[in-house]
Each structure stands twice: as structure tokens, then as C-alpha cells.
Design a binder for this molecule. Structure first.
Ligand code: 0PR
Length: 381
């Protein structure tokens, strides 16, 4: 086929794809990357971050990007890597916990019932066991119940900083103290909230306790491809000290850079993604992310108010981050979701409620159109 024909076919076949820029994707935790990412990708699309000897400069960009993200999480000296996303980071965190455990008896991972499913994947892959812990009255991992479940078989605790369902942040301070008291590994899954929490206070909103500097916290993951405006995929894991990444590293002698220490699960890694994240971090900087978070949170609170003014609509919980769960008192979430989907809206369906994530691509005029549509559907009964 000629290139022209291939491109024409591609365009035709992708026509039905819901693109972020069209304004009807309201349930995704990914977003449109900053346009600078694309410009950087064009220049770096042939780089393999898994072969650092070929481009020591790229390895340095990665270290700088990791250190920026460490600084956002109050620990610029963090040892970390850019990875494919939250799933790879969660697997790496638990793998490093397993490799550094004090006794092979420690096989249990404690995580809340609202953990992301990638934690389950990690536990299965690593031959560990998962012990789900109930939520407290506010929908967060209950520290008392968690502590009661710890024994000499406990390997690690995983908490959420921005849960997938409702964007809730577990009590990282209390959980860290418990982890320290019992000498267990503590991983914070900030896949979603990692690029929100560090900027909330400056944006003028209440901010829960967070940070890799908190006592007891061993690692954190955060995804530039969610709220960081990075390309898809781009993720990051940060460890408090090198003991953990060292335990999961492999030394390879035959690569072009001589003896190389590799820490990620994947071998070949998109260098373009690393360079693009470095570029976007430098472009936005702290103030850019503060502005982004301020806009997303302002819009979330505006939407929350509009939603509760619609007859029969209730919020599952007041929003903590830019994630909103809502339901209708009489129409099932399932039915409402399929009707909205027929009208082109892509929300996320959870047991008993619908979720909207107010990502950077979501604008007020999109939400106005959505609210009008939702009201129409409710009036039809
Ligand atoms: N941890 C949390 C708290 C998450 O929300 C997610 C992803 C992960 C880990 C895993 O991250 P990766 O997908 O980067 O490996 N949450 C999104 C979700 O499950 C993933 C996603 C994003 C799915 C965008 C679809 C989509 O359109 O909703």
C-alpha cells in the first residue's frame, strides 16, 4: 500500500475513536499531553532508555525528571525510575519489598478494598497473598483495622493517594507510623494524585498529609500520563533509599555503556517518553502545575454544585481531588450510563455510581453540554 492510502485508511478507521479534545471523555484518568511533548517526541522517538550507554544525556534527563518528581513529593534525593505507568510501578514496589524482606514467612500484602486492580496483579505475579482491609466511615483505608491485621506474615501495606473510584487519599501519616512501628514496607500508590497533591495547597484548597518524607513510607508512584500532562505512557516510581531498587536491579555487562544496572521491569523503554516528561516538567514547573490543579479543582467544585441541583442526583462523597462520583436516586447507574453513552458521553461506571474525572482536557463548556444532556435523560425518566 502507498503511504497515502495507509494514512487515509488509518484516519477512516480511527474516526469513531473518542478523542480527549472533543470534550466527551469524562471518565478517563488519562488526558491530552502538553503539545510540547509531541515536539520532543518527534526529535527523540528512536531513543531507547533501556540502553543508557548509547545516550548518557538521556539517562541524565531521566535522573533530573525523577528528582523533580521527588521534590514534588518532598524528597528530592529519591532514587527512582521512569516506567510504563502505575501498574509497572506497583509491581516494582512490591517486588522490591519481597526481595528485601526479613523472613520468607512475610507474604501478605495489606491494601484497602478500593485499591487499584494492578495491586492484585502484582500480588499474583509475585506469589504473595492479598489481605483486603475495610474502609473507614470516610471511605479511606481504616488505620485501626489495618493495624489489627498486621502480624509476622505481613510484608507490605499499599495505600492510595487518589483512589481510582473516588479520588480519596488514605491517611498516609497514620499509616506510615503503623508501618514503621511494625517494620513493614509501605508503598503509596499516587498514580493519580501524585501530580495533584503537591500543588493543592498553593492552589488554595485543603490538602491531606502526603510526602515520601513521611516516616515509614518506603516508595511512591506517580504518573505523568495522568495529571502530569506527559505522553502516554509515562510513569514514575520513587524509593526513599537505594536499598529497594538495588534489590530488584540486574547488572548487564554487554551493553554499549559497559556494566549497566537496570531496574525497570521492561527492557527497551521509550526514551521519547522520558525526554518529553523532562520537557513538560521544565515548561510547567511548580507554578504551571499549581495553575492546572487550581483550574481542575475549581471546575470539579462547580460541577459538584450543578450536579446536586439536578433533581434526584446525589454525590457519593464530597470530592477531595478532581474526581466526582454521583448517582440518581431512582435511575440505576447502569441505565444512566448506557443512555449517556448512546449520546456520546464516556463516563466510568462503578457499582452504584458514575465517575467523572475532571482532567485538564475537560472544559466548562463541555460540562455545560453534559449537564444539559443529563437533565434531558433524567426528565425522560
Ligand atoms: N493505581 C491507580 C490508583 C490507578 O488509578 C491506576 C490507573 C493505576 C494504579 C495503574 O496505572 P497504569 O494504568 O498507568 O498502569 N487508573 C486508570 C483506571 O483504571 C487507568 C486507566 C487510565 C484506564 C485511563 C483507562 C483509561 O482511559 O481507570
Amino acid at each position: 500500500m502507498t503511504e497515502t492510502k495507509i494514512l487515509q485508511q488509518l484516519e477512516r478507521r480511527l474516526k469513531t475513536t473518542l478523542r480527549f479534545r472533543h470534550g466527551q471523555v469524562l471518565g478517563s484518568m488519562c488526558s491530552e499531553p502538553d503539545p510540547l511533548a509531541l515536539r520532543v517526541i518527534r526529535r527523540t522517538w528512536d531513543l531507547n532508555a533501556g540502553d543508557p550507554g548509547l545516550s548518557p544525556a538521556l539517562a541524565e534527563l531521566e535522573r533530573e525528571a525523577v528528582s523533580w518528581m521527588g521534590a514534588f513529593w518532598k524528597w528530592p534525593q529519591a532514587v527512582g525510575r521512569m516506567v510504563g505507568g502505575g501498574t509497572e510501578a506497583n509491581i516494582l514496589a512490591l517486588w522490591s519489598a519481597r526481595e528485601t524482606r526479613l523472613s520468607p514467612k512475610r507474604t501478605r500484602v495489606l491494601a484497602s478494598v478500593s485499591r487499584h486492580f494492578s495491586v492484585d496483579k502484582a500480588v499474583r505475579l509475585l506469589g504473595l497473598e492479598l489481605l483486603p482491609v475495610a474502609l473507614d466511615a470516610d471511605g479511606r483505608l481504616d488505620p485501626d483495622k489495618l493495624e489489627a491485621a498486621i502480624d509476622d506474615r505481613t510484608l507490605a501495606i499499599v495505600a492510595s493517594a487518589g483512589s481510582t473510584s473516588l479520588g480519596l487519599v488514605d491517611d498516609l501519616g497514620a499509616l506510615g507510623r503503623i508501618a514503621k512501628r511494625h517494620g513493614v514496607y509501605f508503598h503509596v500508590d499516587a498514580s493519580f494524585g501524585g501530580f495533584v497533591l503537591p500543588f493543592l495547597e498553593e492552589a488554595g484548597f485543603d490538602c491531606p498529609v502526603f510526602g515520601l518524607d513521611l516516616e515509614g513510607v518506603s516508595s511512591v508512584c506517580l504518573d505523568p500520563h495522568k495529571m502530569g500532562r506527559g505522553p502516554i505512557p509515562s510513569g514514575c516510581i520513587l524509593w526513599k533509599d537505594s536499598r529497594y531498587p538495588d534489590a530488584v536491579s540486574t547488572e548487564v555487562g554487554y551493553l554499549s555503556g559497559g556494566l549497566t544496572r537496570l531496574t525497570t521491569l521492561t527492557g527497551t523503554r521509550p526514551g521519547a517518553s522520558v525526554a518529553a516528561v523532562w520537557a513538560v516538567l521544565n515548561k510547567l514547573g511548580r507554578s504551571g502545575y499549581v495553575a492546572l490543579v487550581k483550574e481542575a479543582m475549581t471546575l470539579t467544585l462547580w460541577l459538584a454544585e450543578k450536579l446536586v441541583n439536578i433533581e434526584g442526583i446525589r454525590l457519593v462523597r464530597p470530592p477531595e481531588l478532581n474526581v466526582l462520583g454521583f448517582y440518581h436516586e431512582r435511575i440505576s447507574a447502569d441505565a444512566l450510563n448506557s443512555r449517556l453513552r448512546q449520546r456520546g458521553w464516556a463516563l466510568s461506571l462503578w457499582p452504584g455510581f458514575l465517575r467523572i474525572v475532571v482532567m485538564p482536557h475537560v472544559r466548562r463548556d463541555h460540562l455545560r453540554r453534559f449537564l444539559k444532556c443529563l437533565e434531558d435523560e433524567i426528565q425522560r425518566g
